[in-house]
Structures are given as C-alpha cells and as structure tokens.
Design a protein around this ligand. Sequence first.
Ligand code: FAD
Length: 434
Amino acid sequence: MKPVLVIGGGIAGIQASLDLADRGTKVHLVERTPSIGGVMAQLDKTFPTMDCSICILAPKMIECYRHPNITIHTQSEVVGLEGVVGDFNVKILEHPRSVDSAKCTGCGLCSEKCPVKKPSAFQAGLGQRKAIYLAFPQAVPLLATIDREACLWFTKGICKTCEKVCPAKAVDYEQKENTVELNVSSVIAATGFEQYNPKDIGEYGYGRYKNVLTALEFERLVCASGPTGGVLNRPSDGKVSHNIAFIQCVGSRTQTTGYPYCSASCCMYATKEAVLIKEHEPSSHVTIFYMDLRTFGKGFQGFVDRAQSYWGVKYIRGRPGEIREDPRTKDLTILYENTEIGKVEKMEVDLVVLCTAAIPHRDNRKLGGVLGVELDEFGFFADKDMLTAPVESSKPGIYVCGSCHGPRDIPESVAEASATAAKAAEDAARAEVK
Ligand SMILES: Cc1cc2nc3c(=O)[nH]c(=O)nc-3n(C[C@H](O)[C@H](O)[C@H](O)COP(=O)(O)OP(=O)(O)OC[C@H]3O[C@@H](n4cnc5c(N)ncnc54)[C@H](O)[C@@H]3O)c2cc1C
C-alpha cells in the first residue's frame, strides 16, 4: 500500500500515525520542531484524571519512533503537494540539525558545555536552554540540535566547543537541508494551535508585571521537570505563592481580539491547575474568575464539583477589568465586578494566571496554500461539513484532526485522530501503487 502523510507530531498526529501503522499502513510523520510531542509534552497533569501528561505521552512517542511502519521527519515542513486523492506527490524540506542523527547518543554533554543561553520554548520561556540542546529530557528522537541563530560558530565563527566535547563525533556544521519527495495516498493535517499573546490586553499587565503568567507558563512552573522543580516560586522575587487567581477567556469570547469563540479546554485546565496548587499546598487560596463554566465532557462537572467542595477552590463569576501591581512588593490587585452579587470588588494576590485563547497556528495560511485547502474565518483549517464530514478538509483525501481545525481537548483530538486514520486507511487500500 502507498504511505500516508501525517503533518504535525502532537498527540493528534501521533495517534493518527500509530493507528495507521498498527493496521499495516506506512506513515511519514512530519514535525516542524526537533521533537514530536506538541503541547501535551509541556503539560504537568491532564484533566479530568490528573494523570501525569508525559507519562501517558512518552510511551506513544517512543512507539512511533520504533514502529517499523513509521518514518519521522523532525525539523521538517511540507513545501509542495500535487495530485489527487490516492496519488499525491509531496515535497518535504528537512532543515539541518547540524548533528549527525546516526551518531548522536543524546548524552547532552555538548549542551552542558555550550556557553550560549537562550530562553527555552519547552519551558514556555521561564527556563533556559543552550545554543546546542535537547528539546526536553523525553524528546523523540533524543538528538541534539544546533540553533544556528544563537550558535557562536554560525554567528561569529568562534567556539566549536560542542564539536570538541562530543564523544560520538556527531556535530556536523556543514549539514545541508534535504528535500524528500514521496507519493502518498492521502494526507492528515494535525498541526495544532497556538496561544494568544495577552500583551495586547494592557490592563492585565502581562509582559510588564512579572507575576502575571499564562496558563502554559504555569504548567511549567508547577511541573517537577520545570524550571523551579515544581515549587511555585513567583518570578519577581522567588517567593512561594500561596494566593493565586486565574482569569478565564483572556483574548477569547470577545470581538476585540478577533477570537470570539470559546477555547474549549480552559475552564477545565484552570480547574486542574487550581487543584494542582491545592495538592502542593492545601492551605493556599485559589480563585477562578469565569464568564460561565463549560464542563461538557465526561467526568468534567464532577471534577469541578470536587475542586470546589473537597479542595476549596473559589469560583467568581465576572471578567476582571484591571490588574494593578504594587511597585514595591510586586503583589497584584485584581479589580472585578462580581456579577452574581452585582458589586465591584478587589482582591489581592501573589500571582495571576491568564487562560488565553487557543488561536490558529501561524503556519496555517502557508500550509493551507501548499495543500490547497480552505481556512475558516479565524484561520483554522475549514471542515468540509461540520455535521456530516467533521474530519474532512475542503479537498478530497486531506483530513484534519485535533486543534488545527478549532480548539480541542486531548480526548477529542485523539478520537478525531483515529477517525482520520480510518478514512486515510480506506484511501490507502484503494490507491494503486505505481
Ligand atoms: C495550558 C494548557 C493546558 C491544557 N491542559 C489540558 C489537559 O489537562 N487535558 C486536555 O485534555 N487538554 C489540555 N489542553 C489542550 C491540549 O493541549 C490540546 O488538546 C492538545 O495539545 C491538542 O493536540 P494537537 O496534536 O491537536 O496539537 P499540538 O499539541 O499543538 O501539536 C501540534 C504539533 O504540530 C506541529 N506543527 C505545527 N505546524 C506544523 C507544520 N506546518 N508542519 C509540521 N508540524 C507542525 C507542532 O510543532 C506540534 O508539535 C491544555 C492546553 C493548554 C494551553
């Protein structure tokens, strides 16, 4: 059978690849970054079960890597596609890692000795990485990568420390980009989402006030593999935070930002993060400011009920109007209308977490153009028919799953991934091998 192309190595792309590979179909999985895993790899625990996120994901990532029917192309992008369902010619551009993947053992010595530090995307900018780095400890493939824009050899023609210390002689500054051409029966897009940058909402002070974080940054702060080892040291002074507030719908459900839709998982992940704070320190005060609670999934309402009744998480209905910082202590005051009692009130906290809109990936327009598929009014991939063909794109043979076609939580992304795999397997079975 002809192979299937899967674009995006988050949980959706991983699940689609595994489903196809397990039924005997060859898969090429293309991931833009140095490792597969997506956002789920950055999460501490997952709602509503409170399972350790990487403990669920890592075995799937490794299974993908070891599966004889799956070829993973990391640091890669799809730059061309021609043809019709059953007979697509695809061009994949593999960007250089500057490290020989056949020789690198992922020991990390190069990274340890590298003198250049950069903010780590995996740690959501709260921690640092080196110019040569492993994406994260459980990265798949576990290979070092040189960030050419930061590396002293590429920018100034000096250093080469990594080459000197690498016991496997894997560093290869001369590596070039490589184009791979394939004939595939169908394509699954699983390129995920991005987070709205709340800097534009000036009244919340994100970017100006150190103790205002996004929920993804908080996931890294609370995680044992995060920059503080899971201790809730707030960024301004390292003080352990015991009084924390979450603000829902930041950038979403408003026409002002252009993202008027619901971001689907924030009510639940705010509750999860609130419970994590209570698990760390039960005497902490945790408040969630919400517009309305959307707890529609299996076990979701019970999870919120338990957060309130067992853990004592406080929910206040109201969208805060402003956050003010005490310039001396860096403590924060939230001004809000409590809509349940119709009163304007204030609350003092150590740390504020903003639950920001899930927005379309910035690459969608470019990738949509390459694939020849339509985008919706916001920039997510459009569905052929929301009711009767919810995982099909506007082009036959190209399928969509996970949050690349609208905000989704993990269970929904996984269910859709399996649906696209079933569709793609049918195409593969029908396609004639040339
Ligand atoms: C703070 C926070 C907490 C959350 N907590 C939970 C939770 O507890 N439980 C839950 O169910 N959900 C949670 N979610 C939602 C969850 O993160 C998403 O449901 C899940 O990540 C969607 O998976 P995905 O594979 O569709 O997308 P992603 O995880 O975004 O993965 C997409 C992948 O595609 C790659 N990619 C993008 N563009 C391209 C391209 N052009 N070419 C190749 N590759 C590309 C990306 O690099 C990435 O690896 C949370 C979300 C946030 C923001």
